[in-house]
Design a protein around this ligand. Structure first.
Ligand code: G3P
Ligand code: CA
Length: 315
């Protein structure tokens, strides 16, 4: 089906949603960096746990190694989540930071991953390696085969300008890997997400990406234009959804209905059971509000099991 026909169908569905509310069974649980509330983020263990907890999508942020391999990593630098300072004490840049792009995959694999937050998995426990994006895909497809489920992936092109300037064809590397594992066409079980509109437009227009795209929208004022009617009109020309900071929806709940009216799904980030805004008693309560009052279509969560319980209780 062409994107214009898909947009037409989406508008009809959106109209039905406006009348009936979002069907809770369709709400997507996006495991943010894996089940990162329980295990160190971006590790295969965290992704496996999220799959077992019932996530619909496993979310990796992506970075690129010196030798051009996609790895699952949030920061451009390694020191917050690995023991790089101990293993390679002399490899920091002048700013005192260790950049992933300065290390080969063979070097990256010598590191062990530690928990980012002291309140979560014990930070002194170093059981895990940095995962490549390919390993995450193999894990996902392996678990899908062994469990009979069809969990998707939700990769984010993180800091694309930085990696392109470093000489890496970041977007092309992503598309090559998706193609290798069958994530092709508009119905592929994948969303490609990015904060940078030009990167998404280039994926669609220049690199021929047909996969669903999601425009991330931060809470910073420099992205305010994206949530205007004109901004959403523009996003709808190249993307199938938006991933706004959750505070944007609280500030202006019409963002959801205005996005739906343009055929865009709405997946806000990030819901955590150990960092809940004061006005909510728990992440479960916060999610219930976003699902029943704001009609979101899915959410990035550090605790997929809690979102699963909330959805089941609403069904
Ligand atoms: O990708 C959605 C959300 O994860 C964006 O925030 O910084 O956790 O990647 P961040
Ligand atoms: Ca992300």
């Amino acid at each position: 089906m062409s994107w214009s026909n898909r947009l037409f169908c989406a508008l009809i569905v959106s109209a039905a949603i406006l009348v009936c509310g979002v069907a809770q069974t369709e709400v997507k649980i996006i495991a943010h960096r894996g089940a990162s509330g329980y295990l160190p983020e971006h590790t295969l263990a965290a992704y496996a746990m999220a799959h077992a907890m019932g996530a619909d999508y496993l979310e990796p942020d992506l970075a690129v190694t010196k030798d051009g391999v996609l790895i699952c990593l949030h920061d451009m630098t390694l020191e917050a989540t690995t023991d790089v300072a101990d293993v390679f004490p002399d490899r920091a840049r002048e700013d005192g930071r260790w950049y992933a792009v300065d290390f080969t995959l063979e070097e990256i694999k010598q590191l062990t991953v530690k928990e980012r937050f002291s309140r979560r998995f014990p930070q002194e426990t170093h059981l895990f390696q940095i995962a490549t994006f390919e390993e995450l895909i193999q894990l996902t497809q392996g678990l899908n085969a062994s469990t009979g489920r069809d969990v998707g992936i939700y990769p984010e092109l993180k800091d694309p300008v930085f990696y392109e300037r470093a000489g890496h064809a970041f977007s092309a590397l992503l598309l090559e890997m998706l193609e290798k594992y069958g994530y092709t066409g508009p119905d592929a079980n994948v969303y490609i997400q990015c904060f940078v509109p030009t990167t998404l437009k280039r994926l669609r227009d220049d690199l021929g990406a047909e996969q669903p795209l999601v425009q991330l929208i931060s809470n910073r004022s420099l992205q305010d234009a994206l949530v205007t009617d004109e901004g959403l009109d523009e996003i709808a020309t190249y993307a199938q959804g938006i991933g706004p900071h959750k505070n944007r929806i609280e500030k202006d709940p019409t963002l959801v209905s205005r996005a739906h009216a343009r055929g865009l799904v709405v997946h806000p980030y990030t819901f955590r059971d150990d960092v809940t805004p004061d006005k909510y008693a728990s992440m479960a309560e916060e999610l219930r509000v976003f699902l029943t009052e704001y009609n979101i279509d899915g959410a990035f969560v550090d605790h997929p099991d809690i979102m699963k319980q909330v959805i089941e209780a609403l069904d």
